[in-house]
Write a protein that binds this ligand. Sequence first.
Ligand SMILES: [Zn+2]
Length: 341
Amino acid sequence: MEYFSLQTNVNQLRIGRDVSKGIGNELGNYVVATMEIPWNIIKKSIGKSPTHIINVTSVEMNWIDQEIKKIPEFDTIVGIGGGMAIDVAKYIAWKLNKKLVSIPTILSVDAFTTPAAGVRVNHDVQYLGHSSPDPLIIDYNLLRSAPKELNIAGVGDLFSIHTASFDWKYANSKGKSEYPYKEEALLGGEKILEFIYNNIGNIRENNDNGLRAIVEAYISLNTICLPIDHFRIEEGSEHYLFYELEERLKRPFIHGNIIGLGIYLMSRLQNNKPDFITEIMNESNLSYHPKHMNIQKDSLQESLLSLKKYVKAKDKLWYTIIDDSEIDNDWVSENLINLIF
Ligand SMILES: [Zn+2]
């Protein structure tokens, strides 16, 4: 077991095999936000039981607020699961000012290392509050009890640096950047990408080094993004396609996979080394094809054709390649040709 003191929102990181075992014994009255599958895996080894379990089925703010009313007196909220469970725990920790413990059981999204909770208000994403896990628990064996592809999905929010950083540079070149342009932040992002490219084999295998690489890369990303107070090097047009699809289809996705689809398409729209990033995504075994996410061809076609209108209607979305794009039927048919439906 190793302990780290970190210069990010993560107060303490425990990383190693079986480090989640008996965590319940260290906590007072605690409540768990989780889902059926991860809870069934961890409940026997958690030690002392929680006083209340929230079975997370939604990240809609109204839904979480209703769940909060059912919680008895407690002092710690423990998020156990993927992005949704962790986001619900983060929101509750912030709203009720309680201690937060995060135990991701898959690495499909960077939610466990970011301070704001990504909740939805009428299917529209909102990032709320500020929370810090203490500790963040990365248990290699627990992560490996999930299907490999759910951890591999963790690279989606890292490969997105490829397209998002391009968008920031593009916005800046048009005099449209919402933030002071920081070359240093972009160079830091490039280093993270290189680090991940160098660990692709380990990531694909889900071995200790691969799982650790994803977590370290997320933490490095925070070290760059938290001081400048935005994630523009990591979030751009590839995320906006996901937001459109989520609002259109009204259902959740494995975050890294859908971001991978966004990277595939937006790197093509940007003319930003699409073959290179596609090859890397293939090498990592990231499941970015629409078939894996049950996305029908006509839904994706409509989403792409509406994308520019969608981002223009949302004031809070940053300026990206989409703002100046001409996505028409020809572009769509040409660029969907090698995707699997
Ligand atoms: Zn993301």
